[in-house]
Structures are given as structure tokens and as C-alpha cells.
Design a protein around this ligand. Sequence first.
Ligand code: FAQ
Length: 329
Amino acid sequence: MAGDKTTAAPDGVAQETDEMLAAFQARIDADERIEPDEWMPAQYRKTLIRQISQHAHSEIVGMLPEGNWVTRAPTLQAKAILLAKIQDEGGHGLYLYAAAETLGISRAEMIDQLLSGAAKYSTIFNYPTLNWADIGAIGWLVDGAAIMNQVPLCRCSYGPYARAMIRICKEESFHQRQGYEIMVKMAQGTPEQKRMAQDALNRFWWPALMMFGPSDKDSKHSAQSMKWGIKRVSNDELRQKFIDVTVPQAEYLGLSIPDDQLEWDEESGHYRHGPIDWDEFRRVVSGDGICNRERMEARRNAHENGAWVREAALAYAEKRRQRAAQAAE
Ligand code: FAQ
């Protein structure tokens, strides 16, 4: 269009005119879903690949802290539930890798980015699981925070991500309930069990709050992601909602939230909380948390040990392709 300003798309993909960007924004504002074969700004695609792949990596790395307790679950039933939950997380990772692949990145590239340290995964999974109540705390707090963050993603403007999130959220709700049930058992058990439950809450509370990402003033992607309908609610708003629903749950358990500045604010109708240690968040994001190295080593080993499975699957696919070609001759 004459006089229309063009914007160089990142990575030299294509030219994007103001008119194209405005038409795209109008679709977002009309609450339409964007599908893989439709035009989208390169930066929208790039943002989605970053967020969805980080999310997928988090689900896969997130299997490790819980996997640590499979052989030590206190009963056969507890073990069966834990195994089912961990398998669900693996399934979430696969749906999410598949959703990201619709944007033109391969699964192998995403895995390379994780293993090279170029891609992030949630900070929460760099904390150790030291006692059985940690498995309860992960379901209650980590899955609880995940649901709070992910329910709005069911309305994400990108169709494949939004649809994957619907099923994921249903499963995360079950995970949250099973975690809270463990916490109830531990908190209402012997004094030693209650002490373990309090210890788990003490260690997982602040890392769970960090799952929502930096505060709104420091979040570099939020404004654009919200404009594009990728994120629907800001990091701080979601964190506040999580605190507001979780504090009464801790009270029911008879456990104390490890924040001496936490107080109910009648006027705003919200809990006010103490400062979050953003230095710790930045350390863990940049690879220096308690378990970062262990987690990456576990993923690298799993990838190397699984090489023969990938090779066998590819060889099988090639064989089928050759047979089909012969049959067609
Ligand atoms: N950890 O500008 P923002 C789960 C990064 S799944 C690590 O605010 P954005 C299930 C961020 O990527 C848990 N990195 O970014 C489960 C960005 O990176 P960049 C995962 C973080 O994207 C339960 C930079 O900081 N959930 O728990 C974190 O707009 C139990 C600047 O931040 C999802 O991924 C963090 N906590 O907002 C599994 C949900 N926070 O650009 C097993 C989808 C921020 O420097 C057991 N993701 N960063 O490379 C999202 O909603 C968003 O990506 C946010 C961050 C909210 C995480």
C-alpha cells in the first residue's frame, strides 16, 4: 500500500506492513483464534515458540523432583497416584511440544535449546524434594500456581496452545487436589508429620510465588503478550490471586505461611505480602539454583540413553516408507 510503513520482521523472515499488523490486531481484538496456516507477525510466532517451548520443557523437567519419590512413596496407592501424575506431566510436555511444532520449529531444535541452556524452564523445578510432604506441597502449591497461570491460557489467541491448555488444566486440577490431600494427611498426622508438612511449605512457598515471573514493572514480555492475547492476566495479578486462595487453605491445614508481613487488607480485599527475593529468582533463572546442574545432567543423560529409541523409530519409519514406495511401483 502506498505510503505504508514496513517493519523488518525479526530473523529477516518477511516484510510486515502496518496494514498487515493492524489487520492482525483487529482479529485479536475481536477475540478470534489464530490457526497455524494463517498469517501472523514474526514476533508473535517467536513469542509463542519461546513461551510454549519453555512451558513444555518445564513439564518435562518437572517430572524429576517428583520422580525422586517414586521408589519411596509410603504406600502402594500413593506410589500409583504419583506415577500417574508424573506420566500426566510427561503427556503435557508432549502436547505442548506438538503445539509449538505447528509454529515451524522442530522438536529436535527445542530439545537442543533446552540441553544447551539456551531455553529456560520454570525455576520451581530447581528446588529439591527432601521429604514426602514435598510431594504434597508440589501438588498443592506448584500445580495450584500452574492452574492459576494456565486457566487464562485456555483463552490464548493461538488456537493450538489454547486447546492443549484445556486438557492440561483439567489434569492439573486433579494434581492440585491429590497434593492437598497429602498435605491434609501430613498436617493432621503425628507431630513429626506435621513438622514435615510445615517444612515443605516453608521451602516451597516463595519459589511457588516466583513461578508467576517477574513483577509487572520488570516483565519484559507482558505488555505485548497481553496486547496479542497470548497472556490474558499479568504476572502480579495472577500471583495475588494465588496468594488470596492459598492462604485460607494453609489456615485449614493449621500451617503458617513463612511470611511475617502477610496480612489481610480489608480495604483492597487482598492479602498483602512481604518482598519477594528477586535476586534468588535471577540466580535460579541463570542456572545457579540448588538443583539446576543436576536437572540438566538428568535430561542430558535421558536424551543420550534414548538415542537408540529415536534411531529405531526413524529406521522403522524409513522401512515403512520404502515398503510403501515399492508397493506403489
Ligand atoms: N522460571 O517478561 P516475562 C508446571 C522468564 S508448568 C523461569 O514476565 P513471560 C506444571 C521468561 O520466560 C510451569 N523463567 O516473561 C507442573 C522470560 O524469559 P526470556 C511453567 C521465567 O513469558 C507442575 C523472562 O523471564 N509454566 O508447573 C520464569 O511474559 C508440577 C522475563 O519474564 C509455564 O511456562 C520462571 N518462573 O511470562 C509440572 C506457563 N518467569 O525472554 C510438574 C506458561 C519468567 O528472558 C510438576 N508461561 N521467566 O527468555 C507463562 O505464562 C509465562 O511464560 C510466564 C513468564 C508467566 C512464566
